[in-house]
Design a protein around this ligand. Structure first.
Ligand code: FES
Length: 293
């Protein structure tokens, strides 16, 4: 079995859920839905914030490992280790916010990722203390140990992203199944006013759901699978969120701007895929934007 296959097996194990789920509840109690949590998700950025922030500790600590091997550059290594320690705090908060809203398999590997990172952080803090006391050799042993742990943990985080689609846009994945032709969604008059309606589109061997929202003579059409975790947007609602008319997901309350699909409320950080729309003989016609064709 490959190492990553082992991680998949681990994600199937429920043994530690009795510890993981209370930890998740604690994170949700501290990071309640609102501006701070959305900021940590990266909703304002239109992209998950966690992978952006982790560049700093990962890059700083890896660079410090190199500089520590060159004696005259060791003071610079200490500065980099301190930088990584400081930025690891918001990076961890951002990861925790995302983790608390993920599927169970992601939560299991995410718990492993968090524990390994926390232990690595402990080694780096210990390294800084040792260096401050003039015990350079011990400081380097501790930081290289931390680097090994952080590297292993980064591999787990990568598996969560690439194999478990944590942080990926599920709407973009769903969009790839759609035809690139114009799709007839039926008469405008058949669409209800001010709430999403399910329409289907032909895809590659499948029929894909779309969410169509009519506001007067205007229709906005989105891929039906929410960008967060593929929730059914066509079963959602239309609400005013932070001054924008939004399509709201029924699963975790993410809100997407009807005008452009940008997330206005998390946990979604990725935008919702929106189709081009035109009217033809009273029928609503929709088509994937060019980037998916
Ligand atoms: S699936 Fe989570 S907000 Fe839509």
């Amino acid at each position: 079995m490959s190492l990553m296959g082992f991680l998949d097996r681990l994600a199937d194990v429920s043994t530690f859920d009795k510890v993981i789920e209370p930890a998740r509840s604690a994170v949700q109690a501290v990071l309640k839905p609102g501006a701070l949590k959305d900021a940590l998700h990266g909703t304002w950025l239109g992209h998950p914030l966690h992978p952006v922030l982790v560049q700093v500790p990962v890059g700083s600590w890896a660079s410090a490992g190199l500089l520590d091997a060159i004696p005259p550059l060791r003071p610079a290594a200490t500065v980099l280790i301190g930088t990584g320690v400081v930025v690891s705090v918001p990076a961890a908060m951002s990861g925790a916010a995302d983790w608390s809203e993920q599927e169970v398999g992601v939560r299991r590997l995410g718990a492993l990722h968090a524990v390994a990172n926390t232990v690595a952080l402990g080694f780096y803090v210990g390294s800084l203390v040792a260096r401050a006391k003039g015990r350079g050799t011990l400081g380097r042993v501790l930081s290289y140990t931390g680097l090994g742990l952080a590297t292993g943990s980064a591999a787990v985080g990568g598996h969560m992203s690439y194999a478990q689609s944590s942080g990926a846009s599920h709407a973009a994945t769903a969009a790839r199944a759609l035809t690139s032709d114009w799709i007839d969604l039926g008469p405008l008059d058949d669409l209800p006013e001010g709430r999403p309606a399910l329409r289907t589109a032909p895809g590659s061997g499948v029929t894909a759901p779309l969410a169509a929202v009519r506001r007067g003579g205007r229709v906005d059409v989105f891929v039906g699978a929410c960008s967060h975790l593929a929730g059914p947007l066509y079963e959602g609602s239309v609400e005013e969120v932070r001054g924008h008319a939004c399509l709201v997901c029924p699963w975790h309350d993410s809100a997407f701007d009807l005008d452009n699909g940008e997330p206005r409320r998390g946990p979604a950080a990725n935008p919702q895929e929106k189709l081009d729309v035109r009217m033809e003989a009273g029928h609503v016609m929709a088509r994937l934007p060019a980037r998916h064709q």
